[in-house]
Design a protein around this ligand. Sequence first.
Ligand SMILES: [Zn+2]
Length: 218
Amino acid sequence: MRPNNLHCYWCGNPATSYDHIPPKGFYSTKLRNNLIKVPSCMEHNSGFHCLDERMRFYVQAVAENSVGEAAFADATLRGLLKPEAPGLLKKILVSMRPALADGQLGVCSSVQAGDVEKFSERLARGLHFWHYKTFLKGKISLANTHIVHPNVDVRPAIVALEEMVPNLKTGDITNDQVFRYWYGKTVESNGEGFLLKAVFYESVGFYVMSVEVDEHPI
Ligand SMILES: [Zn+2]
């Protein structure tokens, strides 16, 4: 379906299609009713296809509910065996390293630089546009419960952000075992903010905050 006279949720250029927020690949085919869609240009829809595939792999790989585990085993891993998949498979395998977690030897895989940031920004821009019909402005910062930066401890930030979540609105839930979110405007010392908490598979949390800095404070 082609949107008429609509503008891309990200850049404001004429929209050529609708983009699912979050990407519909996170839902199994039988759970794809009433998903959230926003108008988007070519660059900000199909341009994210590879990013979506990588993030689906990483999020499902660490997901802790049965829906996420089943999606990973049934669809995502199977998809990696398709002829068109070697690029993604190679990137993931090359980044795997042995790692100790809770005394057990396992494997850790490095997420491609910039992926979590871009994906988080997309969730925030898409859901902001969905609810307010305006573009998200300001500087974006983020934290993730499972996909972590090796040199940054985000736990204190997550504790602080979590204290703000009761003040947020509950998002439009289409299947809370796959995805749910909370959103709202916040008042920061340096300007107006927007906070999003998004959770995939009841376990993998993305916190995205955007603050539109007041350039002329009184
Ligand atoms: Zn765009």
